[in-house]
Design a protein. Structure first.
Length: 718
C-alpha cells in the first residue's frame, strides 16, 4: 500500500494513443509506441507552430486541459506566489550604463513592461536619454518575442539587433538608423543572435543557420547590398561543430571559431578595419585541443588546454605567426585551478577562475606582471565579469551575489583597488539576508569522490529531517552551477523548504576532470553523485527519504529522469523542465539540430554498439518500468529546437501508462515558446508560480501565506 500523501479526487488524465513503431539497431529492437508524437514536419513547427499535426495538437491540448483541472485548487496559491515573486522585482529597473566613446548604453524596464528597453545617454549629457529599442512596443502582436544580441556600430549611427518571434531561435537581424529612427530593410533571417560590426560601420558579420538549425556559415553583409549575395566568409563542413563569432576587446580583430561540444576548437581572425579582409587560421583543429583567443598589442592571448593543461592555461603568440609552435606560457597550467575565461584591457589582463569549487577574479598588470585576487567570503556565491565596451580603462565591472545576498554591480579600479558599488539589487517587498543561511557540505560518492552540495535555508529552520528538501542538479556539458541570488526561491524557503544544489560530475565545478568523469562511459557518476548528495542531506537532517523534490532542467531533466528510475523512493516529486529524457532516440536521429554536435558528450549510438548499449541502459524514457513513481511535472516548449517537445510528451505518456502508484504525471506544454520558456519577465514568474504551487500541493503546504506555511504544523515523514 502506498505511503504517499494522497491527492484529492481529480479528473482522469489523457491516455496517449499507442501506435506500433519498431527500429532495429545493433541487433536490438527499440519499441516506441509514442513515436507518433514526433511531427514529421517538426522543423516547420519550430518557426510555424500552427502547422502542427492535428492529432498531436489535440493530445497536447488535452494535457493542458488536464493540468489546469488538477491544479485549479492551487490557483489562489499560484496568484499569491506570483505576487510574492513579482514584489521582489524592481519594476522600473535600470541597468548600469556602460560607456562607449561619447555614449553610455544600458537596458531598463518600465513598470508593468514584460520586455526590456535598450537605451543610451550622452557622456557629456547624462540627463538626455534616447530609447533605441522599445521591446514592449516591438513585442505587440507576437505570441512570443525575445530580444537577442544588440550591437551599436562603431560610429554610433546604427544599431543592429536580433529578434526571435517564435521561440525556435531563428533570429531576424534588424538594423536601425538612430538619427532618423528608420529601419534598413537588409533581410537577414535564420541567424544566430550575435552580430558583429566591422570598424567601417558598413559591414556586418553574422552566423547563418542551416536546414537542420545548426550554425554552419559565417557571412559578411555590406549595408545596402542584396542579402542573397552576402559573402560566405567561412562554412563548416562537419555537422558536429558549431560556429561563433566575436570582436576582440581592442576592436582590432573579428574572431571566428568552430568548436564541438566540449574539447576541440579551431579559430580564425580577420582585421576589423578591412571589409575585404581574409581569414587567418590560428591553429588547425586537433582532437581534444580546445582554445579561444583575443588580441593585445599585436599579440594573441589564448586560453587553451594544449600540452596536457587539463584545467587550461593562458599563452601568447605573435599575431603574424599565431601557430601553436609559437605559443608561450603567460599563465601556466596549475591542476585544480580551472581558468574559465579571460578579458583583455590595454594595461590589464583579467581572468576568472575556479578553485575548490568557488570562483574568483585575478587581475594582472601587463607591465609589472603583478597579480591580485578578487573573491567573496560567502560559502557559495556567483561572481561574473561584466567587461563593457572600453579597452583603454582601468575599471573592471563585475557582478557578485549569493543565495542570500542580492546582486551588487561593482566598478573596480584595477590600479587603486578601490571598489565602487554602482548598483545593489533592490527587493521592493523587503529582504533581510540575516534571516537566511548559506551552507556547503561534502557528500561521499559511491567511489569515494567528494561531491559538493550548496544549500540555502531559513536560519530558524531546525535540520531535524522534517523539512521538504528541494534538490537541483544538472551535470552535463561542463556547465558549473554557481549560486547567485534568485528572489523566487525565497517563496519556497520561507515556506520551510531547504533549497540545495548538487554539484555532480558532468559539470566543471571542480575542474575539467570533474566534467570528464561525468560523460560518455562515465555518465553513471552523475546519477550516483546526485543520489549521494540526497543521502548526505538526509543524513544531515536537511530532508527525509520520500520527501525530496528533485528538480532539473534540460540535461538536468535527463539526470532526474535517470535517478527517479533508479531510486523512486527518494522522492515525493520530480520536476523536469524541458527535460532531455529521450536521449537514446535523439542521439539516433542525426537530423535533429543538436545530435551530431552532442555525440562527443553522450556517444554515437548509430555507429557504436557500445554507446548504444550504454545509452539504452540509462535513458530515462527507455527505462521506465511497472513500479511506483513519485509525482512528476514536466514542462516543454512546442518550438524548442534543443529539447524537442515530444521528449517530455512521450515521457509523461509512458510514465502514466506504467506507473503502479496513483501519483500525478503532469505535462505543461507552452504552445508559443521554445527552450527558454516564456519570454516576458512576468510571464516567467507565472510559470515559476505554477511549478512551486505543484510542489507545495504535493507536500501539503497549500497555505497562501509564507509565514502561515512556515509556522504551521511540520510535515510528518511520509
Amino acid at each position: 500500500m502506498s505511503t504517499r500523501r494522497e491527492i484529492p479526487t481529480r479528473p482522469l488524465p489523457p491516455l496517449a494513443a499507442r501506435h506500433p513503431h519498431r527500429e532495429r539497431h545493433h541487433g536490438e529492437i527499440l519499441d516506441d509506441p509514442y513515436h507518433w508524437l514526433r511531427a514529421a514536419n517538426w522543423q516547420q513547427v519550430m518557426s510555424e507552430p500552427e502547422t502542427l499535426d492535428a492529432e498531436i495538437h489535440a493530445h497536447l491540448e488535452a494535457e493542458q486541459t488536464y493540468i489546469e483541472a488538477v491544479l485549479a485548487p492551487t490557483l489562489p496559491l499560484q496568484e499569491r506566489l506570483y505576487q510574492e515573486m513579482k514584489g521582489r522585482l524592481q519594476e522600473d529597473d535600470t541597468g548600469v550604463p556602460a560607456p562607449d566613446g561619447p555614449f553610455a548604453y544600458y537596458f531598463r524596464y518600465v513598470p508593468g513592461g514584460e520586455q526590456p528597453l535598450f537605451c543610451r545617454r550622452g557622456i557629456a549629457d547624462e540627463a538626455r536619454e534616447a530609447v533605441l529599442i522599445d521591446g514592449n512596443h516591438e513585442a505587440a502582436g507576437h505570441a512570443f518575442y525575445r530580444l537577442g544580441g544588440v550591437a551599436q556600430s562603431p560610429d554610433h549611427r546604427l544599431l543592429a539587433y536580433a529578434v526571435d518571434t517564435s521561440g525556435g531561435e531563428y533570429h531576424r537581424v534588424r538594423i536601425k538608423e538612430l538619427a532618423s529612427a528608420q529601419y534598413l530593410d537588409e533581410g537577414i533571417v535564420n541567424a544566430q543572435p550575435t552580430v558583429v560590426w566591422g570598424n567601417d560601420s558598413a559591414t556586418l558579420y553574422y552566423v547563418e543557420l542551416d536546414a537542420h538549425h545548426r550554425p554552419c556559415r559565417i557571412r559578411r553583409h555590406r549595408l545596402g547590398h542584396d542579402v542573397t549575395t552576402d559573402e560566405v566568409v567561412y562554412e563548416e563542413p562537419d555537422p558536429r561543430f558549431y560556429l561563433s563569432l566575436a570582436r576582440s576587446e581592442s576592436r582590432r580583430l573579428i574572431l571566428f571559431s568552430a568548436h564541438d561540444h566540449s574539447s576541440t576548437a579551431e579559430a580564425y581572425f580577420l582585421e576589423a578595419d578591412r571589409a575585404d579582409a581574409t581569414l587567418v587560421l590560428i591553429a588547425a583543429r586537433r582532437a581534444g585541443i580546445d582554445y579561444e583567443a583575443s588580441e593585445w598589442q599585436g599579440r594573441l592571448i589564448i586560453r587553451t588546454n594544449i600540452d596536457g593543461a587539463e584545467d587550461f592555461k593562458l599563452v601568447e603568440a605573435p599575431l603574424a605567426s599565431p601557430g601553436p609552435e609559437n605559443w608561450r606560457d603567460l599563465v601556466p597550467h596549475r591542476a585544480g585551478r580551472l581558468i574559465i575565461e579571460f578579458v583583455v584591457f590595454r594595461d590589464w589582463l583579467v581572468r576568472r577562475e575556479r578553485v575548490d569549487g568557488l570562483p574568483r577574479i585575478v587581475v594582472r598588470n601587463f607591465a609589472s606582471g603583478e597579480e591580485h585576487v578578487v573573491a567573496s567570503e560567502e560559502a557559495a556565491y556567483s561572481l561574473l565579469l561584466d567587461p563593457g565596451h572600453e579597452f583603454a580603462t582601468s575599471t573592471l565591472r563585475y557582478r557578485l551575489s549569493s543565495p542570500r545576498l542580492p546582486e551588487e554591480i561593482v566598478d573596480y579600479d584595477m590600479a587603486s583597488r578601490r571598489r565602487v558599488v554602482r548598483k545593489r539589487q533592490r527587493v521592493p517587498s523587503g529582504h533581510e539576508p540575516g534571516r537566511y543561511v548559506v551552507e556547503r557540505l561534502i557528500a561521499r560518492g559511491h567511489d569515494g569522490a567528494s561531491v559538493p552540495v550548496s544549500l540555502l535555508r531559513r536560519k530558524d529552520l531546525v535540520p531535524d529531517g522534517r523539512a521538504p528538501l528541494w534538490l537541483y542538479g544538472y551535470g552535463a556539458y561542463g556547465i558549473s552551477l554557481p549560486l547567485g541570488f534568485d528572489g523566487s526561491r525565497l517563496s519556497l524557503v520561507d515556506r520551510g523548504f531547504v533549497f540545495a544544489v548538487a554539484h555532480v560530475r558532468g559539470g566543471m565545478d571542480l575542474g575539467y576532470r570533474w566534467y570528464a568523469d561525468g560523460k560518455l562511459e562515465h555518465k553513471q557518476n552523475s546519477f550516483l553523485d546526485y543520489i549521494a548528495a540526497a543521502e548526505a542531506l538526509i543524513e544531515s537532517g536537511y530532508g527525509a527519504a520520500g520527501n525530496v523534490i528533485g528538480h532539473g532542467r534540460s540535461a538536468g531533466g535527463l539526470l532526474l529522469g535517470a535517478v527517479v528510475n533508479m531510486r523512486p523512493e527518494l522522492f515525493r516529486a520530480v520536476i523536469a523542465e524541458v527535460p532531455f529524457v529521450d536521449v537514446l532516440n535523439t542521439m539516433l536521429d542525426a537530423d535533429l539540430p543538436l545530435t551530431p554536435p552532442e555525440w562527443d558528450e553522450w556517444g554515437n549510438p548509430i555507429e557504436d554498439a557500445e554507446a548504444f548499449r550504454r545509452l539504452a541502459a540509462y535513458c530515462p524514457y527507455e527505462n521506465i518500468s511497472a513500479k511506483p513513481y513519485p509525482h512528476v511535472l514536466a514542462t516543454g516548449g512546442l518550438t524548442d529546437p534543443r529539447v524537442t517537445y515530444w521528449e517530455p510528451a512521450k515521457w509523461i505518456a509512458k510514465l502514466r501508462a506504467l506507473s503502479t502508484d496513483d501519483t500525478l504525471k503532469l505535462l505543461k506544454m507552452n504552445m508559443a515558446a521554445g527552450h527558454a520558456g516564456s519570454a516576458g519577465r512576468f510571464e516567467r514568474l507565472r510559470d515559476q508560480a505554477l511549478i512551486y504551487a505543484f510542489a507545495l500541493m504535493v507536500c501539503g503546504k497549500t497555505a497562501t501565506s509564507a509565514e502561515t506555511a512556515l509556522s504551521g504544523p511540520t510535515l510528518v515523514r511520509p
